[in-house]
Design a protein around this ligand. Structure first.
Ligand SMILES: *Cc1c(COP(=O)(O)O)cnc(C)c1O
Length: 305
């Protein structure tokens, strides 16, 4: 039995009316860990457990760490999540609730990650948040489900952080002979590492992440995500933090589901009828979710913007 669930695929009237085309939302926000990440991380953890690993380690204080913690609890494998001191109380609480061992170390993610890597031994698996073929294969299951539902979509809209979700979507489309279906790859302006890679002609490291969409905050996209921009149709789009937050607020009102700005970025392209959508008639929108935002925080962002 997989650790993820088959999520609802719903025709969103509010998103369709805003976008000017049919929009079907794949409700990854409803995954048990709160985001799509459990698909790939759950598959990777199950693989590692079956191959003799007896402990999982993560350095993510966000949805990836949460997915590892959830997977470990379900599989009966102990998990250590190493996070920096900057990690929010909400994120710490969510990880602790999954009974993972939470180690707070260092002022930045780099320091926490170095400590996490130092814990790895022959019996320990380190779970990368986005740059791992096991993850991409697991994420691809969301496309298997959309195809099995018989939905003839002509584009997929996804958020991009490090590019693992995008790589998984591309793999799923390839599995079903649909590599010609364009992927609309959405980032916020302060976390636009894919857009920077496309401009530079190779993955490059952003000097800093300045977006409040922290789950998109990979300074550099994985090589796989960049390669895809060369080998299949990918439309890179950036939106403002304000647009991402406004999209979260509208999605909450429209579908009664709270998502992070990382997910709101993709929804903003639809709510704001971005010109990239003009050729499309039926769009699959990955509502990737995110468990670390609260309603109070969303309201504060909205008020500040
Ligand atoms: C991780 C994450 C993303 C970005 O996924 P990548 O695989 O890093 O591109 C987007 N939204 C949410 C909610 C996430 O947790």
């Amino acid at each position: 039995m997989p650790l993820h669930i088959a999520t609802p695929l719903i025709e969103s009237r509010p998103l369709s009316l805003a976008a000017g085309c049919e929009v079907w939302a794949k409700m990854e926000a409803l995954q048990p860990s709160g985001s799509f990440k459990i698909r790939g991380i759950g598959a990777a953890c199950a693989h590692h457990a079956a191959h003799g690993k007896r402990r999982f380690v993560s350095s993510s204080g966000g949805n990836a760490g949460l997915a590892v913690a959830y997977a470990g609890r379900r599989l009966g494998v102990p998990v250590t999540v190493v996070v920096p001191e900057t990690t929010s109380a909400t994120a710490r609480e969510l990880i602790a609730r999954e009974e993972a061992d939470l180690v707070v170390h260092g002022a930045s993610w780099q320091e926490a990650n170095a400590r996490a890597l130092a814990l790895v031994d022959a019996e320990t698996a380190f779970l990368h948040p986005f740059d791992d073929p096991l993850l991409w294969a697991g994420h691809a299951s969301m496309i298997d489900e959309a195809v099995a539902a018989g939905l003839p979509f002509d584009a997929v809209v996804v958020s991009v952080g490090g590019g693992g979700l995008m790589a998984g979507v591309a793999e799923g489309l390839a599995r079903h002979g649909r590599s010609a279906v364009p992927i609309v790859a959405v980032e916020t302006e302060g976390a636009a590492s894919l857009a920077a890679a496309i401009r530079a002609g190779a993955p490059v490291e952003l000097p800093a992440i300045t977006s409040l969409a922290t789950s998109l905050g990979a300074k550099r996209v994985c090589d796989r995500a960049f390669r895809l921009t060369k080998t299949r149709p990918v439309h890179s789009v950036t939106v403002t933090d304000g647009a991402a937050v406004a999209a979260c607020t509208r999605f909450l009102a429209d579908h009664r589901v709270l998502v992070e700005p990382a997910c709101g970025a993709a929804l903003a392209v639809l709510y704001d009828r971005h010109e990239v959508l003009a050729p499309f008639r039926r769009v699959l929108a990955i509502a990737c979710g995110g468990a670390t935002a609260t309603v109070a925080q969303l309201q504060a962002w909205q008020a500040a913007g």
